[in-house]
Design a protein around this ligand. Structure first.
Ligand code: PGA
Ligand code: ZN
Length: 429
């Protein structure tokens, strides 16, 4: 029976050039696992707390405090535990932290540690990570949602909507899906360059282009044109999605949403989404309203939920407590899943199970400040979510996930690509 023998951590950099931490777990048998914590920019207020040093070094974002906590408090307790008992390890992390939002140890510390233990556990028993995470029978490789136009706080342009996603459903393998996506990405690049000049092809935080656009429809028209130019059919080969991240453009004092240069009431915004869904092949809208507007979430799910996945990200922050509120209110029919929003792998798995149990879709997601750690690729296959959101098909921290999905496809006996199945007619959450 293998045991954890050593746990240590060190500084690493994320895709924004901010520091993060990398935790390594080694077992008595010599099995090793690592984990890196990602980092959000448009974070929800209910998220588990990322702990940073403050002060001037690293612009206040150093992780020396959490590395010290790892060494003094966490590592000594993990030594001697079984690396394949993820739940025991994660329960210990939750108990050691002792707060509702991981603010004492830091969710960056618990996330990196929890992922490192999962990898060490898989290595220790000699199975692939996705199988170790509870997916021994899973053959479902998720359909990616690729953010190829970046706006909101992820880009230096005037687009209010944060993410414009393409969803390659007209494929029968992950590689074909990525081929389609890459062809659309490059056709969009050519169109942008042609229409707006070479500066329009600079990219935002998630590897999508950040052209100088102002209007949501302008971006959607460009996506449709890019899909067509690449030789595919919008609505059948490639579907579209939006992450509004509406908390970022909501004015709490004035109670208005500032979209495309106009101030809209919540009701007007709902009308606006409905018109977009009528005009474009949109099947996915994430965070359409700010994170406390439960009523409007319920309204849009009632209105559009039979043809669109209405997704809670900032609304739930991967926390079962808020998910249950969403289930009671029929607030959404889908939920975004980010390990570092809650801080451990086991709590993340519980969240996905709870969503699935209530007929909600779960979408495993990266963060805008991510790393080369492909953990979420394994997680999405293990939990059979059928959907993953991990940026453009470009930039190493994004492609590491896609490349791992291709590798998993090769490892699996008879893999199945989720394609359009997650979007088949929905009932309300
Ligand atoms: P974040 O954005 O990682 O900056 O929070 C991603 C998202 O909103 O889905
Ligand atoms: Zn989001």
């Amino acid at each position: 029976m293998d045991r954890i023998a050593r746990v240590w951590g060190h500084y690493a950099l994320n895709s924004r050039g901010h520091p993060t931490l990398r935790v390594v777990v080694e077992t008595e048998s010599g099995a090793k696992g690592y984990g890196l914590a990602p980092s959000g920019a448009s974070t929800g207020t209910r998220e588990a707390v990322e702990k940073r040093d403050g002060g001037e070094r690293w612009l206040g974002r150093g992780v020396s405090t959490v590395l010290a906590l790892l060494e003094s408090e966490v590592a000594p307790r993990l030594v001697g535990m079984r690396p394949d008992r993820q739940r025991e390890v994660d329960s210990l992390l939750v108990a050691l932290d002792g707060t509702p939002n991981k603010s004492r140890l830091g969710a960056n510390l618990t996330t990196a540690t929890s992922i490192a233990v999962a990898r060490a556990g898989a290595a220790s028993v000699g199975v692939e990570l996705f199988k170790h995470l509870g997916g021994a029978k899973s053959k479902l490789v998720p359909t990616p949602l690729l953010n190829i136009i970046n706006g909101g706080v992820h880009a230096g342009n005037d687009l209010s909507i944060q993410e414009f996603l393409i969803i390659p459903v007209g494929a029968d393998s992950i590689l074909e899906a990525l081929r389609i996506s890459v062809e659309v990405y490059w056709s969009l690049r050519a169109i942008l360059k042609d229409k707006y000049g070479p500066q329009a092809v600079n990219v935002g935080d998630e590897g999508g282009f950040a052209p100088p656009l102002r209007a949501t429809r302008e971006a959607l028209d460009l996506l449709v044109e890019a899909v067509r130019t690449a030789g595919y059919s919008p609505g059948s080969d490639v579907l579209l999605g939006l992450d509004a991240a509406a908390s970022q453009f909501y004015d709490e004092k004035e109670r208005v949403y500032s979209v495309d240069g106009k101030n809209l009431t919540a009701e007007e915004l709902l009308e606006y989404y409905e018109s977009l869904v009528d005009e474009y092949p949109i099947v996915y809208i994430e965070d359409p309203f700010w994170e406390d507007d439960w009523e409007m979430f319920s309204m849009i799910t009632k209105r559009l939920g039979d043809r669109v996945l209405i997704v809670g990200d900032d609304l739930y922050t991967t926390n079962v407590r808020y998910l249950r509120k969403g289930i009671d209110n029929r607030a959404t029919n889908a939920a975004l899943v980010k390990v570092n929003q809650i801080g451990t792998v086991s709590e993340t798995i519980d969240f996905v199970w709870e969503a699935h149990w209530h007929g909600m879709r779960a979408i495993v997601s990266h963060r805008s400040g991510d790393t080369e750690d492909p953990f979420i690729a394994d997680l999405s296959v293990a939990l059979e979510t059928g959907l993953i959101k991990t940026g453009a098909p470009a930039r190493g921290e994004r492609t590491s996930k896609y490349n791992r999905l291709i590798e998993i496809w090769e490892i699996l006996d008879s893999p199945k690509y989720a394609a359009s199945s997650p979007f088949s007619r929905r009932t309300v959450g």
